[in-house]
Design a protein around this ligand. Structure first.
Ligand code: NAD
Length: 262
């Protein structure tokens, strides 16, 4: 069991899905957490206070927009001033847009590159000085199976996720002698509210049963024909933050039901 008592974790895009599972896993291991992301204020407050009451740690929310370098620096500073340190940084905020490249809206390209790739540069840049001073740190980036293989019509997402894999390796090499590791996790299809909400429309559009949509559309690329769960992704991130993972750095860890083995 990884023990993160006394540590602080910042998790971008943690008001939902995988990010929320990371935040809850770190809190469960004893870390104070800075959650981040969009959503209704009441929903965010419910998640934040649930983390505090369930895990007996402190949790604060930063509304920083991951397209804004100034707000990103402010989020790291908030973690440092509130808790005294940012020991663990998880870059997770991400969006998707699907379109043929010749019709891909320029503003969607720019937003995906900003949120899915550049925000990780800005958070790492801001968090590393404190980690170096303290001589310990863990950086975990949420990449994707799309950091290793491509799918058509996802040019910005695939480019950003391949970029995250390269950034991860570079940062790992720069920080290797400082007891700071940097790795990325590459999930396949993960069961999040985002995915679940697509099912009824796809059933109607393709005249398919729920089972057909899941197996033949969503999980077409995933040999196990099962979704990854957010808890499984979070458990891998938690492992990467423990002492047993001190020599794992610069790695891209797949958790994709065999997708990228094909
Ligand atoms: P999600 O939509 O449930 O969560 C995305 C989070 O990012 C939310 O908290 C949202 O508020 C936040 N966010 C979006 N734009 C933001 C911005 N500008 N500033 C701050 N926060 C912002 O998605 P998810 O499925 O949990 O995905 C999380 C990460 O996992 C993403 O990087 C995604 O690419 C990656 N991923 C997801 C899957 C999957 O199947 N769900 C697979 C592989 C990788």
């Amino acid at each position: 069991m990884t023990n993160l008592n006394g540590k602080t974790a910042v998790v971008t895009g943690s008001t939902s899905g995988i990010g929320l599972a990371y935040a809850r896993a770190f809190a469960g291991a004893g870390a104070n957490v800075v959650i981040n992301g969009f959503g209704a204020a009441a929903d965010i407050e419910k998640e934040r206070s649930a983390i505090e009451s369930e895990f007996k740690v402190r949790a604060i929310h930063s509304p920083a927009d991951m397209t804004r370098p100034d707000e990103i620096a402010g989020m790291i500073a908030l973690g440092e001033t509130t808790f005294g340190a940012v020991d663990i940084l998880v870059n997770n905020a991400g969006i998707q847009f699907v379109s043929p490249i010749e019709e891909f809206p320029i503003e969607k390209w720019n937003a995906i590159i900003a949120i899915n790739l550049s925000s990780a540069f800005h958070t790492i840049r801001a968090a590393v000085p404190g980690m170096k001073r303290r001589g310990w740190g863990r950086i975990v980036n949420t990449a994707s199976a799309h950091s290793l293989v491509a799918s058509p019509f996802k040019s910005a997402y695939v480019a950003a996720k391949h970029g995250i894999a390269g950034l991860t390796k570079t940062v790992a090499l720069e920080l290797a002698a400082h007891k700071i590791t940097c790795n990325c996790i590459s999930p396949g299809y993960v069961w999040t509210p985002l995915v679940e909400k697509q099912i009824p429309d796809t059933m109607k559009a393709r005249d398919m049963t729920k089972e057909q949509v899941v197996n033949d559309v969503l999980l077409a690329a995933q040999p196990t024909k099962q979704f990854v769960t957010v808890e499984q992704v979070a458990a891998l991130a938690l492992y990467l933050c423990g002492d047993d993972a001190a020599q794992i750095t610069g790695s891209n860890l797949s958790i994709d039901g065999g997708w990228t083995a094909a």
